[in-house]
Design a binder for this molecule. Structure first.
Ligand code: IDP
Length: 137
């Protein structure tokens, strides 16, 4: 049951000084942070990371936003952590993400093309393996 997932605190989260609060929620839930670093992502990393969104209208603004400042990358471990972190994060859009979640409590609507929504979490064991390989090569 123990899994690993890739968590990113996106540039909006780092810029707003929310990294500590976000990591604290992960730890408070009982998950273990096993890798952690602050990185300025290259375009190459971001194109690989968001491979599945290539061609979508928000792809270019998304890659631009994710490279606009440092991100915090973490490998987080725990039982069913992939599903569990996505539940902690809340749904994609901060305005409608449920209160109690990271995006619901801390995320804001920037009125821009891309959803700046504080965090990323892998969505499956296959994605987690792939993404951890990209960010922690
Ligand atoms: P998730 O991060 O909630 O899993 P994904 O569908 O994997 O959402 O999308 C990746 C990221 O792309 C989102 O977190 C968000 O930043 C951005 N995004 C997704 N869908 C849209 C959209 O329809 N408009 C603008 N940005 C989007």
């Amino acid at each position: 049951m123990t899994e690993r997932t890739l968590v990113l605190v996106k540039p909006d989260g780092v810029e707003r000084g929310l990294t500590g609060q976000i990591l604290a929620r992960i730890e408070a839930k009982g998950y273990k942070i096993v890798e952690l670093k602050l990185v300025q992502a290259t375009r190459d990393i971001l194109e690989k990371h968001y491979e599945e969104h290539q061609g979508k209208p928000f792809f270019e603004p998304l890659v631009e936003f994710m490279g606009s400042g440092p991100v915090v990358a973490a490998v987080v471990e725990g039982n069913r952590v992939i599903e569990g972190f996505r539940s902690l994060a809340g749904s994609t859009e901060p305005t409608t993400a449920p209160p109690g979640t990271i995006r619901g409590d801390l995320g804001r609507d920037w009125g821009e093309k891309v959803q700046k929504n504080l965090v990323h979490g892998s969505d499956s064991p296959e994605s987690a393996d792939r993404e951890i390989g990209i960010w922690f090569a």
